[in-house]
Design a binder for this molecule. Sequence first.
Ligand SMILES: Nc1ncnc2c1ncn2[C@@H]1O[C@H](COP(=O)(O)OP(=O)(O)OP(=O)(O)O)[C@@H](O)[C@H]1O
Length: 266
Amino acid sequence: MTVFRKWTGDSSMNRSTDKAIAVRNLEKRFGSFVAVDRISFAVQRGEIFGFLGPNGSGKSTTIRMLCGILKPTDGEGQVAGYDIITQPEAVKQTIGYMSQRFSLYEDLTPRENIRFYLGIYNVPAGSWKDRIDWVLDLTRLREVRNALTRSLPPGWRQRLALGCALLHSPEVLFLDEPTAGVDPITRRHFWDFIRRLAMEGITIFVTTHYMDEARYCENIVMLNEGRIVAADSPENIIQTACPGRPGATLDDAFVALMTRKSGKNS
Ligand SMILES: Nc1ncnc2c1ncn2[C@@H]1O[C@H](COP(=O)(O)OP(=O)(O)OP(=O)(O)O)[C@@H](O)[C@H]1O
């Protein structure tokens, strides 16, 4: 089954579409505290892109700016060809977002959650039945569609949350620690699915604390105290951060890069 099936043929808007994401000198201050410090990077369409960093390094703040939810204090950015500052509503309609909390209503059934998100994403009512069937098959949740979401195991709720994030056929999918709290087999299935999405042209922007998962990414940006400390393929990051250590892993590279203190905000 094709994972990604459009319900609308609208790709005619005048957008520059060579890059899925492009940011330049993006900054977010909270008062005098600099949470994101003039970062620049680009993500190609259909790429799986990892955004890594320790707690508090600015990952979620960056995602919130890229999703058009939080206004940057400086810099600029485009997502799916839309300006994150002047066209935040267009950005929101073009992206999917899934957080580690899954953003589901636990007291609703999967079917009711899906209907809720169809409304949020302004999917035309005429397509709803089709989309509900599509997502129930995609997530393999048809048999439990009328159970309470609260009663489902974490891996099932994860599939439902991902399905809801795909209902409006987004061009860019933001995944903020999507596998936190799920078991290794479920994580493996999740990543198989993410790779299929990317092969169909969806751009994946993912944060994770699991370095084995980060190896699935074609390119990675590592953030520390709001600043980019590495931006490259996983292999190149390892080589650069751990020279002369042939068996070094991405974990080793992460630790090496994060322990080089910048002294910022201290
Ligand atoms: N609304 C806010 N007001 C003040 N400070 C904030 C606000 N939102 C985030 N911060 C601060 O900005 C910094 C970056 O936070 P952010 O949530 O982006 O980090 P993160 O890398 O996503 O961390 P985690 O991995 O724990 O989710 C933190 O020090 C956080 O306390």
